[in-house]
Design a protein around this ligand. Structure first.
Ligand code: VGL
Ligand code: ZN
Length: 201
């Protein structure tokens, strides 16, 4: 059993959004097309309270893209994004959501960030995604969505760690920083993950 995992295809990560990923909208038709060949489709949603500790605005005198520590971990400070209930946190209306069986939300705890769809950045709490996939008999997870160098890459790494065969679909994702994504791809490959183009699936 294989599952398609759609990470954070939300307005704030799309062109015009608060934390826009360059060409992020290009992933949508690729993901919509892929959905038809998967028996299970699951999505994640970045879902922050307004005072989330990953926001530069929550730290006096600090600017987006500076770094600090949060929950004892190095933290990049982001522009306010994906605030619960706002349009920026909503899934793109161009993304086909009809086949999405479950949505796993993350980033709710203001004291810690959560890039992966499986765990927070300190691996203190699970979202339940791993048990859910296991319960469905999933062996292979195909990871897509935004942003390639953060939530998509960390989701792929945790998927490998949870012993799923893990495949990152390169043309179904886009990075904030291509250089950072290059490093994350090496790490994914080195840990046993695969990186493929959607045409080969
Ligand atoms: C993400 C930064 C902060 C992502 C989420 O979805 O890649 N990146 N929150
Ligand atoms: Zn976030």
């Amino acid at each position: 059993m294989k599952a398609l995992l759609i990470v954070d295809v939300q307005y704030d990560f799309l062109p015009g959004g608060a934390l826009a990923v360059p060409n992020g909208d290009k992933v949508i038709p690729v993901i919509n097309k892929l959905q038809g060949i998967f028996p299970l489709v699951v999505a994640t949603q970045d879902w922050h309270p307004p005072d989330h500790g990953s926001f530069a605005s929550a730290h006096k005198g600090r600017e987006p893209f500076e770094t600090t520590t949060l929950g004892g971990l190095e933290q990049i400070l982001w522009p306010d994004h994906c605030v619960q209930g706002t349009r920026g946190a909503a899934f793109s209306e161009d993304l086909d959501m009809n086949a999405v069986e479950a949505i796993f939300r993350k980033g709710l705890d203001p004291a810690i960030d959560s890039y992966s769809g499986f765990f927070d950045n300190g691996k203190k709490k699970t979202t339940g995604l791993s048990d859910y996939l296991q319960g469905k008999g999933v062996k292979t997870v195909y990871v897509t969505g935004l942003a390639a160098d953060f939530c998509v890459a960390f989701t792929a790494l945790d998927s490998i760690g949870e012993r799923f065969e893990t495949v990152l679909v390169e043309d179904a994702t886009r990075p904030i920083d291509p250089e950072g994504f290059g490093k994350m791809k090496s790490s994914i490959r080195q840990k046993g993950g695969k990186i493929v183009q959607s045409a080969a699936i």
